[in-house]
Write a protein that binds this ligand. Structure first.
Ligand SMILES: Cc1cc2nc3c(=O)[nH]c(=O)nc-3n(C[C@H](O)[C@H](O)[C@H](O)COP(=O)(O)OP(=O)(O)OC[C@H]3O[C@@H](n4cnc5c(N)ncnc54)[C@H](O)[C@@H]3O)c2cc1C
Length: 873
């Protein structure tokens, strides 16, 4: 049996080493030519053996019901989790259809590692829940042992930055009760004697991490779900999804078809893993994921490895999983192999390992656990896994088809699904969800960077040129030099981005400072063309607006209102501005022709698709006769903000901009440098200012006219990082950060956007009224720090010595010259969080394990009386 070192040498001899930049494709696949060609999963029991050979030929494991409340497609980890959670939520009559046997897709060969700490509060919560289900709940419910092994997890830091990242995770973990410890190299050696710690900066040890067993977990999930009335049917491939169009013209799921009959159902959950794309196609739903080969090798016995924690050496991009008295060694490469033609016949299957690709992990693994150099490789495990463009799963209802939900694309992290109607996949613009180049590039980058340090201001380099604004410039993605691409020698944006890779104040801190102070002192121009711009028009648009928007937008034409849109739980699906339009029979680029009522909606760019999907869903549910028109690509948006904005704009706009003629929160069609634009007097940074919404071809000439007029007034260009800083300084919320679908506007301090004093019903109203009557259990609180220390979000909030929440959003405010942080706090005793509770606490914020004294604010410390937006300086 060859050792890992021999594998490396063998590769060097047969394939001369070359720069990873040259990539694969220059040489044929060397499958089977490596040190071992034996393929097998390292589990004592799999459900493959549990199948009697003739069962598949006999057809479905149970007769199909004629109807089902929900049909879950796919019996892997996600399908079983989904069925279990549906049953637990009390959904009766749910059915899971699996083409082959449970686990036969990716799940059977998973490494099964569960690491609870991630740089995302949502994922930490999901993983903590997953661990609870797998390690405790399932066993209590079914009496079956899921095979959970709690051997702990150890993250390796070879640099100070990496250890800083771990310390951030440690602080966040405290909010969710996840124990973790930063260890010195010496302490690490004592815990893991076989480890080389000489090049270590430190480690993070999470004692309650562990390993899941795929067969045991899925069997227990299925057992628990069926005990609650759900059905699991194996050997039953889904061959089609029947769709009906309702009286309102809306496409809805009607039935699931199989070779053995069909099941009528209004609801399908696509948990088909790498086959989810094909299942989506059956229903005309785009599923933006790609299949890639992911691999680990299983070693021979290693003396002394028993009971060691699993290891993630991020800097070497490898993981070492305890496998009884051996290790499984895997990792993430810069040149992973795409599985181009996803085969329908791939059940309990494995690929030959491509040693050429895998070899890059060997040196890192041997460096970390030197005994591996002399350890043989018993078998290889290389299987398909699905990856998404932002390395986050696809969950929730598909925008194209009502009743069709996604639960797929788990990027090597099989978490419990979050069953929500506000699907996270709505984050991708619908023009991109079947754009194969965009999906491929972004998924590749997400895979290759899976183990990179997650810096607060990082951005993808892939897929940057798919949707561009009127003032944009681009460089193609180079796939890190893999697949025959030439790596960029100089990528100006990549270089600038690299300078941002810091947990301290990055070099651009001073650039952002200049932009912010110029905006507060004179004026700044912002290109916000990426915003979503929609028209809601038609006979029922007034009724729809009353129902959709929490604020009263039924004001006279010419008014603009800041409002939220809520879900039925009272959670905030969006915050946006709504401008009431005067009816007009003539269409123009700035307004469609319409009868009845009309509104112009401006929403943040990153949330545009989410807003679009939410509004369409509500219009369909309530059968409102109105149209939602997306003009985001046709219109640009340039905004001038600051004390000098009026003087600058007065030179460019043919309109009286005085307070009497053009008050705050109003809009008008006006000429700017000869071009018709919609000017809206609003501010997202807390200054006197206007937004100019203009047809795309007009944006550049209008912008140039503004720059010319602004030169003598000190007008500067400013970017979205300045918007982030200025808006947090003013206490404005950002949807997706300090305002999300699980936060109510009452909790977020946005009660003023809710027409609760009126009797007009609106979506979410009942939930808000209930919440108000019962008292708020959480409240968004702003904090300032005296010490100049950077914060980015995820820091723990301590009140009187107890953790009460974590920071959702933080930034530096340059005018107040302080770090600001916002987070929801709760009372550890479970009681309501009153204003007195907030005011009476002593607070500290914990960043990387160190606490800093903080002052709580319920009102923004900057311009608390809102004078500046009214032009009062
Ligand atoms: C080598 C490797 C190591 C990994 N290690 C880890 C790890 O350590 N930790 C971790 O969390 N994750 C890990 N993962 C990822 C994890 O295993 C997957 O995310 C997870 O198993 C995916 O589960 P799934 O249910 O989405 O997909 P699958 O398990 O593939 O399930 C999909 C199911 O759908 C069925 N199906 C497809 N089409 C149809 C149809 N038309 N009708 C009916 N049924 C259909 C398939 O037969 C299949 O059973 C690893 C993955 C790989 C490849």
């Amino acid at each position: 049996m060859a050792s890992l070192r021999r594998a490396l040498r063998g590769m060097a001899a047969t394939c001369p080493r070359r720069s990873p930049a040259l990539g694969r494709g220059l040489r044929p696949l060397v499958s089977g030519a490596g040190p071992t060609s034996e393929k097998s999963v390292p589990y004592q029991r799999t459900l493959k053996e549990a199948q009697d050979a003739s069962a598949a030929a006999r057809g479905p494991s149970q007769p199909l019901p004629g109807t089902a409340s929900v049909v879950v497609i796919g019996g892997g980890s996600l399908g079983c989790q989904t069925l279990y959670h549906l049953a637990k939520l009390g959904v009766s009559g749910a059915v899971l259809l699996e083409r082959e046997r449970l686990t036969s897709g990716t799940t059977w060969h998973t490494a099964g590692l569960l690491w609870q700490l991630r740089p995302s509060d949502v994922e930490v919560e999901l993983l903590a829940h997953t661990r609870q289900v797998v390690s405790r709940e399932l066993e209590e419910e079914t009496g079956l042992h899921t095979g959970w092994i709690q051997n702990g997890g150890l993250f390796i830091a070879s640099s100070r930055q990496r250890l800083d990242e771990y310390k951030r995770l440690m602080s966040l973990g405290k909010v969710y009760g996840i124990e973790s410890h930063v260890l010195s190299p010496g302490e690490t050696k004592a815990l893991y004697p076989l480890m080389n710690v000489e090049d270590l900066y430190g480690t993070l040890y999470v004692p309650h991490d562990g390993t899941m067993d795929p067969a045991g977990t899925c069997t227990s999930l299925a057992r628990a779900a069926t005990a609650r009335g759900a059905q699991v049917i194996e050997n039953c491939p889904v061959t089609g999804i029947r769709v009906r169009t309702d009286d309102f013209g809306v496409r809805r799921v009607a039935a699931v078809e199989t070779e053995h009959g069909s099941i009528q159902t209004p609801c399908v959950v696509n948990c088909a893993g790498v086959w989810a794309h094909a299942v989506g196609r059956m229903a005309g739903v785009k599923v933006p994921l790609v299949a890639m080969r992911h691999a680990y090798v299983v070693t021979e016995r290693i003396e002394g490895i028993q009971n060691m924690p699993n290891v993630r050496d991020h800097d070497a991009s490898v993981y070492l999983r305890l496998q009884g008295d051996a290790l499984s060694v895997g990792g993430y490469e810069t040149n992973p192999i795409f599985w181009e033609e996803v085969s329908d016949d791939f059940a309990f299957g494995l690929f030959d390992l491509d040693w050429d690709v895998f070899t890059q992990h060997i040196e890192g693994a041997i460096n970390r656990v030197p005994v591996l150099e002399k350890t043989g490789i018993k078998s290889t495990v290389c299987g398909p896994e699905s990856f998404t463009p932002d390395h986050k799963p696809l969950m929730g209802e598909a925008p194209e088809l009502r009743g069709f939900f996604l639960g797929c694309g788990f990027n090597s992290a099989a978490e419990c699904p979050l069953l929500t109607p506000t699907g996270v996949h709505r984050r991708f613009h619908r023009s991109l969800t079947d754009h194969s180049r965009w999906i491929r590039e972004r998924s590749h980058e997400a895979y290759a960077k899976n183990y990179s340090v997650v810096f607060p201001h990082d951005e993808p380099l892939a897929g940057r040129n798919m949707r561009t604004g009127p003032l944009h410039e681009v460089l193609p993605y180079d796939f890190c030099g893999a697949y025959g691409h030439r790596a960029h020698e100089d990528h100006a944006y990549g270089r600038l981005l690299g300078q941002e890779y810091s947990f301290s104040f990055p070099p651009h801190h001073d650039v952002v400072k200049k932009e912010c102070l110029a905006c507060r002192g004179a004026a700044a121009v912002f290109d916000m063309s990426y915003f979503g711009k929609f028209f809601l028009v038609g006979p029922d648009a007034g009724k729809a607006a009353d129902w959709l928007f929490s604020a009263d937008v039924s004001r006279p034409p010419g008014s603009t209102v800041y409002t939220c849109m809520l879900n039925h739980r009272g959670g905030t699906e969006s915050d946006l501005t709504v401008s009431r339009l005067a009816p007009g029979p003539e269409a123009s680029p700035l307004a469609p022709a319409f009868e009845g009522d009309g509104y112009y909606l401006a929403v943040s760019g990153a949330a545009a698709q989410h807003n679009w999907s939410h509004i369409r869903t509500v219009l369909q549910d309530r059968k409102f006769r109105c149209q939602l028109i997306d003009s985001s690509e046709d219109l640009g948006l340039v905004s001038v903000q600051g004390p000098a904005s009026r003087a600058i704009l007065q030179e460019v706009l043919e309109a009286d901009l005085s307070d009497d003629a053009f008050p705050f929160s109003t809009h008008k069609l006006v000429r700017a440098a000869g071009h018709l634009v919609r000017a809206v007097r609003l501010s997202f940074v807390g200054e006197l200012g206007w937004e100019l919404h203009a047809p795309r071809p007009s944006c550049l000439p209008v912008y140039q006219a503004l720059m010319t007029a602004g030169a003598k007034h000190g007008l500067v260009n400013a970017g979205y990082r300045a918007i982030d800083s200025l808006s947090i300084e003013k206490g404005y919320r950002h949807w997706h950060a300090d305002l999300r679908a699980d936060d109510s506007p009452l909790e977020a301090g946005l009660a003023f956007t809710c027409k609760l004093k009126s009797s007009v019903p609106f979506l979410g109203r009942e939930a808000l009224e209930k919440q108000r009557a019962e008292g708020l259990r959480r409240r968004l609180v702003g904090f300032t720090l005296d010490e100049k220390v950077p914060m980015f979000g995820l820091e723990a909030i301590w009140r009187n010595g107890q953790v009460v929440g974590h920071v959702r959003r933080a930034d530096f405010g340059f005018t107040i010259d302080k770090t600001l942080a916002y987070g929801y706090i709760r009372d550890p005793s479970g009681g309501p969080v009153s204003l007195d509770f907030v005011k009476s606490g002593d607070y500290t914020l914990e960043r990387m394990g160190v606490t800093y004294a903080a002052h709580a604010h319920l009102k923004s410390p900057f311009d608390p009386d809102n004078k500046r937006v009214k032009g009062v300086y």
